[in-house]
Design a binder for this molecule. Structure first.
Ligand SMILES: [Zn+2]
Length: 173
């Protein structure tokens, strides 16, 4: 093998290595800001579809009922929905503002008596719902993006500038 052949072989080898895709694990990641507790969380909660139990615990604590400090385990598909929503609004890695996550039945009742448009059977009590806004993204656009995902219910609250998403039936209000 002469020098030219060697060079050619070296080139081919390096090219074939370069073309091997570096499969980074698909990460489920959320950056959150809680508007009531003013806490922030930036967490990778899944890799290649495998949930990280410690990260889920952090999310559960972050989304606790801040009125009573009660924590409930959230259905992690809610986090996938939020992750997908964040990437679809063209702001991957954006910070979602959380207005409400888990709500105990007592908190839900109290809010209902104040007439804040709270449902008696709210999925917040099952830790399968969340109210959010995204700074810099119009709430109507966030609603339309959430509706297109068809992951569950979507509520639109333009007066308070947030949307509700949940893992219930696909529906809207
Ligand atoms: Zn809600």
């Amino acid at each position: 093998m002469n020098m030219r052949h060697l060079l050619l072989v070296a080139l081919l080898v390096s090219c074939s290595f370069a073309s091997v895709p570096q499969q980074a694990p698909r990460e489920g990641r959320l950056r959150l800001f809680n508007t009531h507790t003013l806490e922030r969380l930036d967490v990778v909660y899944s890799r290649d579809g495998v949930y990280d139990p410690q990260a889920l615990e952090k999310l559960d604590h972050f989304l606790r009922d801040w009125r009573t400090d009660r924590v409930k385990h959230h259905d992690p598909r809610l986090f996938d929905l939020l992750d997908e929503l964040a990437s679809r609004v063209d702001r991957p890695g954006t910070e979602l503002q959380v207005i409400c996550g888990y709500r105990t039945p007592e908190s839900n009742r109290r809010l209902r008596t104040r007439g804040s448009g709270v449902a008696g059977n709210s999925l917040h009590m099952q830790a399968k719902a969340i109210d959010i806004r995204v700074p810099g993204v119009r709430t109507s656009r966030l609603r339309d993006t959430a509706l297109a995902l068809r992951g569950g219910g979507v509520g639109y609250y333009p007066g308070s500038d947030f949307i509700h998403v949940d893992l219930g039936r696909v529906r809207r209000w």
